[in-house]
Write a protein that binds this ligand. Structure first.
Ligand SMILES: Cc1ncc(COP(=O)(O)O)c(C=O)c1O
Length: 421
């Protein structure tokens, strides 16, 4: 365990909460598809004096002095991001994924213009125009869906029909709960027909693209990629916007700062540089490959045991289980039950769910975090077995308590970077 002596002395209450969270993370199995464990090197950089520096502007063009070292780390993050994703421009300052998307929308559109994106019930994200967001007061959002939820294939014919009718300014790929690969070339052809920008929000799968296991939308001519840096990419919490061509990057830069943000969170920018350095190493490709192997293996395990998965499998790091069809239980009950045995995942709507968002039919789970801990296919069988046993024994309190003990003992064999010695 790292030692936090100054924190312990200064603020025992906050310190104890930190100790509790560290124990929770090492004694539990993290299956939330958007979470991961950063490396000790990334974590070290996040807690540094770069926090103390104001750096409004960009490397070489700042509003304050004293930028010789902030310029080094921000330039490093930019150059590494460009190399990782094969593009001409990267803005590494967005504070998170949603602010990156907001800046991207405003850079590419005028108020009132239209985005064609994935239906939110079929796996799109809140920031792709959910009615609860303020974005929908400013821009118009229209939708495409899966053509067939049994295979997960997107409905490219419907996408084209809506595009010709609505003339969107942006055609948006990218999802929070979609287990399949996308045909970016088809989307790009539709966008070219109507003169739209192509944007991919790769928040979930950025690490799988950087690790060369999933297709890179830039290779099919996409204009922009937005992403978070903390999911499969395994960096600090944050966002990023990349452009295939440098010219478009100028619009993005202006909209991130001064358009929407002030000073960059420089310790996070510096930690992005460290994380991107890690992602450029060959071992990261092995990591990305193993995430998908584990995910496919776990998905098959569930299906072999009679569970119903949305799209009947997965091509990436996540899967959606229809818990009502599989076990006659709502997703929320499965989430709560698994919490009791130290396995964390989230309830999730399934496509065209008839239940409510806070009480949906499914759960979403993914393998990025457990793969970082070193788990392999053989461990997926054990894990799947724990989950099925919890469901089977759900009314037996003592069986659930003893299963929790087994889960703790088992997962302690897989050290969490930055926590276990
Ligand atoms: C596809 C997608 N875009 C954007 C975001 C938003 O990221 P953040 O929570 O960092 O704002 C998420 C987060 O879950 C996401 O899945």
């Amino acid at each position: 365990m790292p030692i936090y002596t100054a924190l312990q002395a200064a603020d025992p209450v906050a310190y104890n909460a930190l100790m509790g969270e560290m124990k929770r993370q090492s004694d539990g199995v993290e299956l939330i598809a958007s979470e991961n464990y950063i490396s000790p090197a990334v974590m070290e950089m996040m807690g540094t004096v770069f926090n103390n520096k104001y750096s409004e502007g960009y490397p070489g063009k700042r509003y304050y002095g004293g930028q010789e070292f902030t310029d080094i780390v921000e330039s490093l993050a930019i150059e590494r991001a460009k190399q990782l994703f094969g593009c001409q421009h990267a803005n590494v300052q967005p504070h998170a994924g949603c602010p990156a998307n907001v800046a991207m929308y405003f850079a590419l559109m005028e108020p009132g213009e239209c985005v064609l994106g994935m239906d939110l019930g079929h796996g799109g994200h809140l920031s792709h125009g959910h009615p609860v967001t303020y974005l929908t007061k400013i821009f118009k959002f229209v939708r495409y869906k899966m053509k067939d939820v049994e295979t997960g294939e997107l409905d490219y014919d419907e996408m084209r029909r809506v595009a010709l009718q609505e003339k969107p300014k942006i055609i948006l790929a990218g999802f929070s709960a979609y287990p399949r690969e996308v045909n970016y070339a088809k989307m790009k052809a539709i966008a070219d027909e109507v003169g739209a920008y192509t944007v991919a929000d790769m928040a979930h799968i950025a690490g799988l693209i950087a690790g060369k296991q999933l297709r890179n939308p830039f290779e099919d001519g996409f204009d922009v990629i937005t992403t978070t840096t903390h999911k499969t990419l395994r960096g600090p919490r944050g966002g990023m916007i990349m452009c295939r061509e440098a010219e478009l990057g100028k619009k993005i830069d202006k909209m991130v700062f001064p358009g929407f943000q002030g000073g960059p969170i420089m310790q996070m920018v510096a930690a992005k540089a460290v994380a991107f350095g890690e992602a450029l190493r060959p071992e990261f490709q092995d990591y990305a490959k193993q995430i998908i192997k584990n995910s496919k293996h776990l998905a098959k395990f569930f299906m072999d045991h009679g569970a119903k998965l949305v799209t009947n499998g997965t091509d990436n790091h996540l899967m959606l289980i229809d818990c009502v069809k599989s076990w006659n239980l709502p997703g929320g009950e499965v989430e709560t039950l698994l919490d009791r045995v130290g396995i964390t995942l989230n309830k999730n709507m399934i496509p065209d769910d008839t239940r409510k968002p806070m009480d949906p039919s499914g759960v979403r789970l993914g393998t990025p975090a457990i793969t970082t801990r070193g788990m392999k296919e053989v461990d997926m069988d054990i894990l799947g077995g724990f989950i099925l046993k919890a469901i089977e024994k759900r009314s037996d309190d003592s069986a659930i308590t003893s299963l929790h003990g087994e889960v703790i003992e088992w997962c302690r064999r897989f050290p969490v970077p930055g926590i276990a010695a």
